[in-house]
Design a protein around this ligand. Structure first.
Ligand SMILES: NC(=O)C1=CN([C@@H]2O[C@H](COP(=O)(O)OP(=O)(O)OC[C@H]3O[C@@H](n4cnc5c(N)ncnc54)[C@H](OP(=O)(O)O)[C@@H]3O)[C@@H](O)[C@H]2O)C=CC1
Ligand SMILES: CC(C)=CCC[C@@H](C)[C@H]1CC=C2C3=C(CC[C@@]21C)[C@@]1(C)CC[C@H](O)C(C)(C)[C@@H]1CC3
Length: 418
Protein backbone atom coordinates (compact mmCIF):
# COMPACT_ATOMS: atom_id res chain seq x y z
CA UNK A 1 0.00 0.00 0.00
CA UNK A 2 1.29 3.53 -0.73
CA UNK A 3 2.77 5.37 2.27
CA UNK A 4 0.88 8.38 3.59
CA UNK A 5 1.63 11.84 2.21
CA UNK A 6 2.95 14.57 4.50
CA UNK A 7 6.07 15.16 6.62
CA UNK A 8 8.31 12.14 6.90
CA UNK A 9 10.83 11.14 9.56
CA UNK A 10 14.39 12.36 8.77
CA UNK A 11 16.52 9.59 7.22
CA UNK A 12 18.82 7.76 9.64
CA UNK A 13 22.12 5.87 9.18
CA UNK A 14 23.19 8.15 6.30
CA UNK A 15 20.07 7.44 4.20
CA UNK A 16 19.94 4.84 1.38
CA UNK A 17 23.74 4.88 0.84
CA UNK A 18 24.44 4.31 4.53
CA UNK A 19 21.80 1.56 4.66
CA UNK A 20 23.31 -0.16 1.59
CA UNK A 21 26.77 -0.02 3.18
CA UNK A 22 25.47 -1.44 6.47
CA UNK A 23 23.76 -4.32 4.62
CA UNK A 24 27.25 -5.52 3.70
CA UNK A 25 29.27 -4.14 6.57
CA UNK A 26 27.30 -5.76 9.42
CA UNK A 27 27.59 -9.36 8.15
CA UNK A 28 31.23 -8.73 7.13
CA UNK A 29 32.05 -7.48 10.64
CA UNK A 30 30.36 -10.51 12.20
CA UNK A 31 32.42 -12.93 10.07
CA UNK A 32 35.59 -10.95 10.72
CA UNK A 33 35.02 -11.27 14.49
CA UNK A 34 34.26 -15.01 14.27
CA UNK A 35 37.46 -15.59 12.27
CA UNK A 36 39.60 -13.30 14.42
CA UNK A 37 38.50 -15.00 17.67
CA UNK A 38 39.69 -18.40 16.42
CA UNK A 39 42.98 -17.10 14.96
CA UNK A 40 46.25 -16.97 16.91
CA UNK A 41 46.83 -13.19 16.80
CA UNK A 42 43.12 -12.45 17.49
CA UNK A 43 43.41 -8.98 15.94
CA UNK A 44 40.32 -6.75 16.01
CA UNK A 45 41.81 -4.39 13.44
CA UNK A 46 43.56 -5.69 10.37
CA UNK A 47 42.75 -8.49 7.96
CA UNK A 48 41.86 -11.99 9.26
CA UNK A 49 44.62 -14.60 9.04
CA UNK A 50 42.80 -16.47 6.24
CA UNK A 51 39.48 -16.23 4.41
CA UNK A 52 37.28 -19.33 4.53
CA UNK A 53 36.17 -21.03 1.32
CA UNK A 54 32.51 -21.76 0.63
CA UNK A 55 32.99 -25.33 1.93
CA UNK A 56 33.80 -23.88 5.39
CA UNK A 57 30.66 -21.73 5.32
CA UNK A 58 28.03 -23.96 3.77
CA UNK A 59 26.93 -27.07 5.63
CA UNK A 60 23.54 -28.81 5.23
CA UNK A 61 23.94 -30.06 8.83
CA UNK A 62 24.24 -26.48 10.06
CA UNK A 63 21.15 -25.52 8.04
CA UNK A 64 19.13 -28.37 9.57
CA UNK A 65 20.32 -27.55 13.07
CA UNK A 66 19.48 -23.86 12.57
CA UNK A 67 15.98 -24.59 11.23
CA UNK A 68 15.37 -27.03 14.09
CA UNK A 69 16.44 -24.32 16.55
CA UNK A 70 14.07 -21.73 15.02
CA UNK A 71 11.29 -24.35 14.97
CA UNK A 72 11.85 -25.25 18.62
CA UNK A 73 11.78 -21.61 19.74
CA UNK A 74 8.64 -20.94 17.66
CA UNK A 75 6.94 -23.98 19.24
CA UNK A 76 7.89 -22.76 22.75
CA UNK A 77 6.49 -19.31 21.89
CA UNK A 78 3.15 -20.91 21.00
CA UNK A 79 2.88 -22.84 24.30
CA UNK A 80 0.29 -21.55 26.79
CA UNK A 81 1.65 -18.44 28.55
CA UNK A 82 1.40 -17.48 32.24
CA UNK A 83 0.13 -14.10 31.10
CA UNK A 84 -0.91 -12.28 27.94
CA UNK A 85 0.18 -8.61 28.00
CA UNK A 86 -1.13 -5.68 26.00
CA UNK A 87 1.28 -3.50 24.03
CA UNK A 88 1.25 0.31 23.74
CA UNK A 89 -1.68 1.96 21.97
CA UNK A 90 -1.22 1.94 18.17
CA UNK A 91 -2.11 4.64 15.60
CA UNK A 92 -5.54 3.06 15.07
CA UNK A 93 -6.08 3.10 18.90
CA UNK A 94 -5.90 -0.70 19.12
CA UNK A 95 -3.47 -2.65 21.30
CA UNK A 96 -1.73 -5.89 20.34
CA UNK A 97 -1.54 -8.86 22.70
CA UNK A 98 1.71 -10.67 23.48
CA UNK A 99 2.38 -13.99 25.28
CA UNK A 100 4.65 -13.65 28.32
CA UNK A 101 6.42 -17.01 28.28
CA UNK A 102 10.02 -16.15 27.38
CA UNK A 103 11.48 -17.26 30.70
CA UNK A 104 9.51 -20.48 30.41
CA UNK A 105 11.08 -20.95 26.94
CA UNK A 106 14.57 -20.48 28.45
CA UNK A 107 13.92 -23.05 31.20
CA UNK A 108 12.36 -25.56 28.79
CA UNK A 109 15.28 -25.11 26.36
CA UNK A 110 17.73 -25.73 29.24
CA UNK A 111 15.82 -28.90 30.19
CA UNK A 112 15.78 -30.15 26.59
CA UNK A 113 19.50 -29.42 26.13
CA UNK A 114 20.23 -31.14 29.47
CA UNK A 115 18.24 -34.21 28.35
CA UNK A 116 20.00 -34.17 24.98
CA UNK A 117 23.46 -33.98 26.57
CA UNK A 118 22.70 -36.86 28.96
CA UNK A 119 21.54 -38.87 25.92
CA UNK A 120 24.91 -38.22 24.21
CA UNK A 121 24.33 -34.95 22.29
CA UNK A 122 27.86 -33.58 21.64
CA UNK A 123 27.39 -29.97 22.79
CA UNK A 124 31.16 -29.45 22.65
CA UNK A 125 30.97 -29.88 18.85
CA UNK A 126 28.92 -26.69 18.45
CA UNK A 127 31.91 -24.25 18.53
CA UNK A 128 33.29 -25.94 15.40
CA UNK A 129 30.00 -25.17 13.62
CA UNK A 130 29.83 -21.46 14.46
CA UNK A 131 30.97 -20.30 11.03
CA UNK A 132 28.41 -22.33 8.99
CA UNK A 133 25.70 -21.56 11.55
CA UNK A 134 26.41 -17.82 11.28
CA UNK A 135 26.29 -18.19 7.51
CA UNK A 136 22.83 -19.81 7.48
CA UNK A 137 21.62 -17.31 10.08
CA UNK A 138 22.73 -14.47 7.77
CA UNK A 139 21.03 -16.09 4.76
CA UNK A 140 17.87 -16.54 6.82
CA UNK A 141 17.98 -12.88 7.86
CA UNK A 142 18.21 -11.72 4.22
CA UNK A 143 15.38 -14.02 3.03
CA UNK A 144 13.22 -13.23 6.04
CA UNK A 145 13.73 -9.45 5.57
CA UNK A 146 12.67 -9.81 1.94
CA UNK A 147 9.52 -11.58 3.09
CA UNK A 148 8.89 -8.79 5.63
CA UNK A 149 9.42 -6.12 2.97
CA UNK A 150 6.92 -7.80 0.62
CA UNK A 151 4.43 -8.40 3.40
CA UNK A 152 4.56 -4.66 4.20
CA UNK A 153 3.55 -3.82 0.61
CA UNK A 154 0.07 -5.17 1.35
CA UNK A 155 -0.17 -3.95 4.96
CA UNK A 156 -2.54 -1.04 5.77
CA UNK A 157 -0.86 2.37 6.05
CA UNK A 158 -1.69 2.52 9.77
CA UNK A 159 0.50 -0.58 10.29
CA UNK A 160 3.66 1.05 8.87
CA UNK A 161 6.51 2.39 11.04
CA UNK A 162 7.26 6.14 10.88
CA UNK A 163 10.89 5.53 9.81
CA UNK A 164 10.46 2.89 7.12
CA UNK A 165 8.30 4.71 4.60
CA UNK A 166 10.93 6.74 2.77
CA UNK A 167 9.97 5.13 -0.56
CA UNK A 168 13.59 4.08 -1.19
CA UNK A 169 13.52 0.25 -1.35
CA UNK A 170 17.05 -0.28 0.05
CA UNK A 171 16.53 2.09 2.96
CA UNK A 172 13.08 0.68 3.77
CA UNK A 173 14.33 -2.91 3.42
CA UNK A 174 17.09 -2.11 5.92
CA UNK A 175 15.03 -0.16 8.46
CA UNK A 176 11.79 -2.11 8.11
CA UNK A 177 8.43 -0.86 6.85
CA UNK A 178 5.88 -2.61 9.01
CA UNK A 179 5.85 -1.85 12.74
CA UNK A 180 4.51 -5.12 14.12
CA UNK A 181 4.37 -7.74 11.35
CA UNK A 182 2.37 -10.75 12.51
CA UNK A 183 0.55 -13.80 11.27
CA UNK A 184 -2.40 -14.31 13.63
CA UNK A 185 -0.99 -14.24 17.19
CA UNK A 186 2.61 -14.83 16.04
CA UNK A 187 4.46 -11.52 16.28
CA UNK A 188 7.71 -11.80 14.28
CA UNK A 189 9.55 -8.86 15.83
CA UNK A 190 8.67 -9.68 19.44
CA UNK A 191 9.59 -13.34 18.84
CA UNK A 192 12.95 -12.56 17.19
CA UNK A 193 13.98 -9.88 19.67
CA UNK A 194 13.87 -12.17 22.70
CA UNK A 195 13.98 -15.84 21.69
CA UNK A 196 16.20 -17.49 19.05
CA UNK A 197 19.07 -14.99 19.31
CA UNK A 198 19.16 -14.31 23.04
CA UNK A 199 18.67 -17.95 24.08
CA UNK A 200 21.03 -19.01 21.25
CA UNK A 201 23.70 -16.70 22.70
CA UNK A 202 23.49 -18.48 26.07
CA UNK A 203 23.63 -21.88 24.37
CA UNK A 204 26.72 -20.95 22.34
CA UNK A 205 28.43 -19.68 25.52
CA UNK A 206 27.59 -22.96 27.26
CA UNK A 207 28.93 -25.00 24.34
CA UNK A 208 32.18 -23.00 24.48
CA UNK A 209 32.43 -23.72 28.20
CA UNK A 210 31.87 -27.45 27.61
CA UNK A 211 34.47 -27.43 24.83
CA UNK A 212 36.97 -25.72 27.11
CA UNK A 213 36.37 -28.41 29.75
CA UNK A 214 36.98 -31.10 27.10
CA UNK A 215 40.21 -29.42 25.99
CA UNK A 216 41.69 -28.44 29.34
CA UNK A 217 40.01 -30.68 31.92
CA UNK A 218 37.80 -27.93 33.38
CA UNK A 219 36.41 -24.54 32.37
CA UNK A 220 38.53 -21.55 33.38
CA UNK A 221 37.38 -19.02 35.97
CA UNK A 222 37.25 -16.39 33.20
CA UNK A 223 34.90 -18.62 31.14
CA UNK A 224 32.66 -19.20 34.18
CA UNK A 225 32.41 -15.44 34.78
CA UNK A 226 31.55 -14.61 31.16
CA UNK A 227 28.93 -17.39 31.09
CA UNK A 228 27.46 -16.38 34.46
CA UNK A 229 27.24 -12.64 33.69
CA UNK A 230 25.67 -13.12 30.27
CA UNK A 231 23.24 -15.77 31.54
CA UNK A 232 22.13 -13.28 34.20
CA UNK A 233 21.59 -10.65 31.48
CA UNK A 234 19.55 -12.93 29.23
CA UNK A 235 17.61 -14.45 32.15
CA UNK A 236 16.81 -10.92 33.35
CA UNK A 237 15.60 -9.85 29.87
CA UNK A 238 13.25 -12.85 29.68
CA UNK A 239 12.08 -12.54 33.28
CA UNK A 240 11.14 -8.89 32.59
CA UNK A 241 9.89 -9.73 29.10
CA UNK A 242 6.89 -7.44 29.31
CA UNK A 243 9.19 -4.40 29.64
CA UNK A 244 10.31 -4.80 26.01
CA UNK A 245 6.84 -3.70 24.90
CA UNK A 246 7.72 -0.08 25.74
CA UNK A 247 11.17 -0.03 24.07
CA UNK A 248 11.65 1.94 20.85
CA UNK A 249 12.35 -1.26 18.90
CA UNK A 250 8.79 -2.43 19.49
CA UNK A 251 6.93 0.88 19.61
CA UNK A 252 8.76 2.90 16.94
CA UNK A 253 11.11 0.93 14.66
CA UNK A 254 9.91 -1.10 11.71
CA UNK A 255 10.96 -4.73 11.39
CA UNK A 256 13.49 -4.98 8.58
CA UNK A 257 17.00 -6.26 7.97
CA UNK A 258 18.61 -4.23 10.78
CA UNK A 259 16.57 -5.82 13.55
CA UNK A 260 16.07 -9.21 11.87
CA UNK A 261 19.81 -9.66 11.29
CA UNK A 262 20.60 -8.03 14.67
CA UNK A 263 18.26 -10.33 16.57
CA UNK A 264 18.92 -13.69 14.97
CA UNK A 265 22.53 -13.46 13.75
CA UNK A 266 24.42 -10.53 15.28
CA UNK A 267 23.36 -11.15 18.89
CA UNK A 268 24.21 -14.88 19.19
CA UNK A 269 27.38 -14.82 17.08
CA UNK A 270 28.98 -11.54 18.15
CA UNK A 271 27.72 -11.19 21.72
CA UNK A 272 29.39 -14.56 22.48
CA UNK A 273 32.75 -13.14 21.31
CA UNK A 274 34.35 -13.09 24.78
CA UNK A 275 33.66 -16.81 25.30
CA UNK A 276 34.86 -17.56 21.75
CA UNK A 277 38.07 -15.65 22.47
CA UNK A 278 38.64 -17.43 25.80
CA UNK A 279 38.37 -20.88 24.20
CA UNK A 280 41.43 -20.25 22.01
CA UNK A 281 43.20 -17.70 24.21
CA UNK A 282 42.96 -18.85 27.85
CA UNK A 283 43.56 -16.08 30.36
CA UNK A 284 44.82 -16.49 33.93
CA UNK A 285 42.47 -14.86 36.44
CA UNK A 286 43.07 -14.75 40.19
CA UNK A 287 40.36 -14.62 42.84
CA UNK A 288 40.95 -10.95 43.87
CA UNK A 289 40.61 -9.77 40.24
CA UNK A 290 37.60 -12.06 39.68
CA UNK A 291 35.93 -10.61 42.80
CA UNK A 292 36.57 -7.05 41.58
CA UNK A 293 35.03 -7.91 38.18
CA UNK A 294 31.99 -9.48 39.88
CA UNK A 295 31.58 -6.27 41.87
CA UNK A 296 31.69 -4.18 38.67
CA UNK A 297 29.06 -6.42 37.07
CA UNK A 298 26.89 -6.24 40.21
CA UNK A 299 27.08 -2.42 40.24
CA UNK A 300 26.19 -2.28 36.53
CA UNK A 301 23.29 -4.68 36.98
CA UNK A 302 22.01 -2.78 40.03
CA UNK A 303 21.87 0.49 38.06
CA UNK A 304 20.48 -1.17 34.87
CA UNK A 305 17.73 -3.08 36.67
CA UNK A 306 16.94 -0.27 39.14
CA UNK A 307 16.54 2.31 36.35
CA UNK A 308 14.55 0.08 33.99
CA UNK A 309 12.23 -1.15 36.75
CA UNK A 310 11.69 2.35 38.13
CA UNK A 311 10.60 3.65 34.71
CA UNK A 312 8.43 0.61 33.96
CA UNK A 313 6.70 0.80 37.35
CA UNK A 314 6.14 4.53 36.89
CA UNK A 315 4.78 4.13 33.35
CA UNK A 316 2.44 1.31 34.42
CA UNK A 317 1.15 3.01 37.57
CA UNK A 318 2.52 6.42 38.70
CA UNK A 319 0.82 6.03 42.09
CA UNK A 320 2.66 2.80 42.89
CA UNK A 321 4.20 3.37 46.39
CA UNK A 322 7.69 2.55 45.01
CA UNK A 323 7.63 5.60 42.71
CA UNK A 324 4.84 7.81 44.07
CA UNK A 325 7.30 9.92 46.13
CA UNK A 326 9.54 10.77 43.17
CA UNK A 327 9.63 14.28 41.73
CA UNK A 328 8.10 14.66 38.25
CA UNK A 329 7.54 17.19 35.45
CA UNK A 330 4.12 17.34 33.77
CA UNK A 331 3.95 17.32 29.98
CA UNK A 332 1.27 18.50 27.54
CA UNK A 333 0.54 14.86 26.61
CA UNK A 334 -0.71 14.10 30.11
CA UNK A 335 2.27 11.80 30.76
CA UNK A 336 4.87 12.80 33.34
CA UNK A 337 8.66 12.62 33.35
CA UNK A 338 10.65 11.51 36.38
CA UNK A 339 13.25 14.07 37.54
CA UNK A 340 14.47 12.35 40.68
CA UNK A 341 15.55 8.82 41.53
CA UNK A 342 17.62 7.09 38.82
CA UNK A 343 16.14 9.33 36.09
CA UNK A 344 17.26 12.43 37.99
CA UNK A 345 20.90 11.30 37.94
CA UNK A 346 21.33 11.20 34.14
CA UNK A 347 18.81 11.05 31.29
CA UNK A 348 19.67 7.41 30.46
CA UNK A 349 20.74 5.67 33.68
CA UNK A 350 19.80 2.27 32.20
CA UNK A 351 22.40 2.76 29.44
CA UNK A 352 25.03 3.59 32.05
CA UNK A 353 24.35 0.32 33.93
CA UNK A 354 24.38 -1.65 30.67
CA UNK A 355 27.76 -0.15 29.71
CA UNK A 356 29.29 -0.95 33.12
CA UNK A 357 28.16 -4.57 32.66
CA UNK A 358 29.66 -4.60 29.15
CA UNK A 359 33.01 -3.64 30.70
CA UNK A 360 32.71 -6.46 33.26
CA UNK A 361 32.08 -8.99 30.46
CA UNK A 362 35.35 -8.05 28.72
CA UNK A 363 37.66 -7.74 31.73
CA UNK A 364 37.90 -11.55 32.33
CA UNK A 365 39.62 -11.70 28.91
CA UNK A 366 42.57 -9.68 30.23
CA UNK A 367 44.12 -6.66 28.56
CA UNK A 368 46.49 -8.31 26.07
CA UNK A 369 43.97 -8.10 23.18
CA UNK A 370 41.50 -5.48 21.98
CA UNK A 371 39.19 -8.08 20.37
CA UNK A 372 37.17 -9.01 23.49
CA UNK A 373 36.51 -5.30 24.03
CA UNK A 374 34.70 -5.08 20.70
CA UNK A 375 31.31 -5.43 22.44
CA UNK A 376 32.08 -2.50 24.75
CA UNK A 377 33.17 -0.29 21.82
CA UNK A 378 30.25 -1.26 19.57
CA UNK A 379 27.76 -0.96 22.42
CA UNK A 380 29.00 2.52 23.37
CA UNK A 381 28.49 3.65 19.76
CA UNK A 382 25.06 1.95 19.59
CA UNK A 383 23.84 3.54 22.83
CA UNK A 384 25.18 7.03 22.01
CA UNK A 385 23.36 6.84 18.66
CA UNK A 386 20.25 5.37 20.29
CA UNK A 387 20.27 8.06 22.96
CA UNK A 388 20.37 10.78 20.27
CA UNK A 389 17.43 9.15 18.43
CA UNK A 390 15.44 8.87 21.65
CA UNK A 391 16.15 12.52 22.58
CA UNK A 392 14.87 13.64 19.16
CA UNK A 393 11.70 11.62 19.60
CA UNK A 394 11.16 12.85 23.18
CA UNK A 395 11.69 16.48 22.16
CA UNK A 396 9.08 16.02 19.45
CA UNK A 397 6.69 14.29 21.88
CA UNK A 398 7.13 16.45 24.99
CA UNK A 399 8.44 19.82 23.60
CA UNK A 400 9.04 22.38 26.36
CA UNK A 401 8.70 19.79 29.14
CA UNK A 402 11.58 17.82 27.61
CA UNK A 403 13.70 20.98 27.42
CA UNK A 404 12.97 21.58 31.11
CA UNK A 405 13.99 17.96 31.88
CA UNK A 406 17.27 18.48 29.98
CA UNK A 407 17.91 21.66 31.96
CA UNK A 408 17.30 19.93 35.29
CA UNK A 409 19.17 16.73 34.34
CA UNK A 410 21.96 18.00 32.07
CA UNK A 411 23.98 14.78 31.58
CA UNK A 412 22.88 12.11 29.13
CA UNK A 413 24.60 8.85 30.17
CA UNK A 414 27.63 9.44 32.42
CA UNK A 415 27.29 11.99 35.25
CA UNK A 416 29.55 15.06 34.81
CA UNK A 417 31.09 13.56 31.63
CA UNK A 418 28.50 13.00 28.91
N1 LIG B 1 22.31 -5.23 24.88
C1 LIG B 1 21.93 -4.56 23.82
O1 LIG B 1 22.37 -4.80 22.71
C2 LIG B 1 20.96 -3.44 23.95
C3 LIG B 1 20.41 -3.13 25.16
N2 LIG B 1 19.56 -2.08 25.30
C4 LIG B 1 18.99 -1.81 26.61
O2 LIG B 1 17.60 -1.82 26.48
C5 LIG B 1 17.01 -1.02 27.52
C6 LIG B 1 15.90 -0.18 26.93
O3 LIG B 1 16.46 0.85 26.14
P1 LIG B 1 15.67 1.82 25.12
O4 LIG B 1 14.51 1.12 24.56
O5 LIG B 1 16.69 2.37 24.21
O6 LIG B 1 15.21 3.05 25.93
P2 LIG B 1 14.69 3.40 27.38
O7 LIG B 1 14.25 2.22 28.15
O8 LIG B 1 15.71 4.26 28.00
O9 LIG B 1 13.40 4.22 27.05
C7 LIG B 1 13.41 5.53 26.59
C8 LIG B 1 12.03 6.08 26.83
O10 LIG B 1 11.82 6.22 28.24
C9 LIG B 1 10.90 7.29 28.49
N3 LIG B 1 11.57 8.23 29.35
C10 LIG B 1 12.72 8.90 29.11
N4 LIG B 1 13.04 9.68 30.15
C11 LIG B 1 12.09 9.50 31.09
C12 LIG B 1 11.85 10.04 32.38
N5 LIG B 1 12.67 10.92 32.93
N6 LIG B 1 10.76 9.62 33.07
C13 LIG B 1 9.91 8.72 32.52
N7 LIG B 1 10.07 8.19 31.28
C14 LIG B 1 11.15 8.57 30.58
C15 LIG B 1 10.59 7.89 27.13
O11 LIG B 1 9.45 7.21 26.58
P3 LIG B 1 7.91 7.49 27.07
O12 LIG B 1 7.91 8.80 27.73
O13 LIG B 1 7.13 7.42 25.81
O14 LIG B 1 7.59 6.38 28.02
C16 LIG B 1 11.76 7.46 26.28
O15 LIG B 1 11.44 7.41 24.92
C17 LIG B 1 18.16 -0.21 28.12
O16 LIG B 1 18.51 -0.73 29.37
C18 LIG B 1 19.30 -0.43 27.15
O17 LIG B 1 20.54 -0.35 27.81
C19 LIG B 1 19.21 -1.31 24.22
C20 LIG B 1 19.74 -1.58 23.00
C21 LIG B 1 20.65 -2.66 22.75
C1 LIG C 1 24.42 -3.46 14.70
C2 LIG C 1 23.07 -4.04 14.63
C3 LIG C 1 22.90 -5.26 13.87
C4 LIG C 1 22.08 -3.39 15.24
C5 LIG C 1 20.84 -4.02 15.65
C6 LIG C 1 20.68 -3.74 17.09
C7 LIG C 1 20.17 -4.94 17.86
C8 LIG C 1 21.25 -6.01 17.94
C9 LIG C 1 19.76 -4.46 19.26
C10 LIG C 1 18.69 -3.35 19.18
C11 LIG C 1 18.04 -3.39 20.48
C12 LIG C 1 18.30 -4.57 21.09
C13 LIG C 1 17.90 -4.95 22.41
C14 LIG C 1 18.39 -6.10 22.98
C15 LIG C 1 19.35 -6.97 22.22
C16 LIG C 1 20.04 -6.25 21.08
C17 LIG C 1 19.09 -5.48 20.20
C18 LIG C 1 18.16 -6.42 19.46
C19 LIG C 1 17.88 -6.63 24.31
C20 LIG C 1 16.85 -7.69 23.93
C21 LIG C 1 19.01 -7.26 25.14
C22 LIG C 1 18.54 -7.69 26.53
C23 LIG C 1 18.03 -6.46 27.31
O1 LIG C 1 17.69 -6.77 28.65
C24 LIG C 1 16.85 -5.78 26.61
C25 LIG C 1 15.61 -6.65 26.68
C26 LIG C 1 16.53 -4.51 27.38
C27 LIG C 1 17.32 -5.43 25.15
C28 LIG C 1 16.27 -4.70 24.32
C29 LIG C 1 16.95 -4.06 23.14
Amino acid sequence: MAPPEGPRAPLEFGGPLGAAALLLLLPATMFHLLLAARSGPARLLGPPASLPGLEALWSPRALLLWLAWLGLQAALYLLPARKVAEGQELKDKSRLRYPINGFQALVLTALLVGLGVSAGLPLGALPEMLLPLAFVATLTAFIFSLFLYMKAQVAPVSALAPGGISGNPIYDFFLGRELNPRICFFDFKYFCELRPGLIGWVLINLALLVKEAELRGSPSLAMWLVNGFQLLYVGDALWHEEAILTTMDITHDGFGFMLAFGDIAWVPFTYSLQAQFLLRHPQPLGLPMASAICLINAIGYYIFRGANSQKNTFRKNPSDPRVAGLETISTATGRKLLVSGWWGMVRHPNYLGDLIMALAWSLPCGVSHLLPYFYLLYFTALLVHREARDERQCLQKYGLAWQEYCRRVPYRIVPYIY
